[in-house]
Design a protein around this ligand. Structure first.
Ligand code: DC
Length: 229
């Protein structure tokens, strides 16, 4: 059997981390974990329970209710991907809206939330054979990951990608709103006190502004093979 390793893929929002992470996990028969989906799920829970809205965030109530949040991933046989479930309800579509995106960085800056999610993520990855994408995977969750990738692309390129994705899903969105959300989240994710988004010293940076999906996949797969063999 081939040696199983841990692959951490961090980077700014909409850099295509999850697309390449999913493809790699399929190729290697590894578990794929979208850690951003978990922060989105907690954000969705906070919105539904009235703990967060524009100009209002009741972190104490959210923290007190964290034990009532049960997160799981289940395979969607139609898409072949794992969908996010909150207390056994599929919320995969609900967590991808611009509204959730606009609150998620505030929720993700909370240490109580991070503590809970990091502990679940460590548990999922404890036997290796995992590709996890996020913001703090190589710096906090799996500090000893054999391969750490840090993905980047210009804010405009990222906003264009996210815009197309949401339009393709039938959402009614304006490009400038998406660009503003990308820039705002970059700022909040890199400046928060707890686990800010930074490139780990031992991460390999890939700017994919001018790379297509296949080129990016091949570059990372080659790096993985070097680690496994
Ligand atoms: O990957 P994404 O855009 O779906 O992530 C949503 C937000 O969650 C992102 O703006 C920051 C936060 N996040 C985080 O703080 N730590 C992670 N490991 C993953 C996501």
């Amino acid at each position: 059997m081939r040696k199983k390793i841990t692959i951490a893929i961090d980077g700014f929002s909409s850099t295509g981390k999850s697309t390449v992470a999913k493809e790699l996990a399929k190729e290697l028969e590894y578990i794929y974990v979208d850690s951003g989906a978990m922060y989105r799920a907690v954000t969705f829970y906070a919105m539904k329970n009235g703990f967060i809205s524009t100009d209002f965030f009741d972190l104490d109530s959210l923290t007190q209710n964290l034990n009532s949040i049960n997160l799981s991933f289940k395979l969607n046989t139609n898409t072949g991907n794992a969908d996010m479930y909150l207390n056994n309800i599929n919320i995969e579509n609900e967590i991808r809206t611009l509204e959730v995106s606009s609150f998620v960085s505030t929720v993700a800056a909370s240490s109580s939330v991070r503590k809970k999610l990091v502990s679940i993520q460590k548990e999922i990855g404890k036997n290796k054979g995992v590709v996890m994408d996020g913001r703090d995977i190589g710096t906090v969750v799996f500090k000893d990951a054999e391969l750490k990738i840090f993905m980047n692309a210009s804010a405009n390129t990222r906003a264009e990608r996210r815009f197309k994705e949401l339009i393709d899903k039938g959402q009614n969105v304006i490009f400038d709103d998406i660009l503003k959300n990308v820039v705002d989240r970059d700022y909040m994710d890199t400046t928060r006190e707890d686990s800010p988004l930074v490139k780990a010293n031992d991460a390999i940076e890939i700017d994919n502004s001018n790379l297509n999906r296949k080129e990016q996949f091949d570059i990372i797969l080659k790096l993985i093979e070097e680690k496994i063999n």
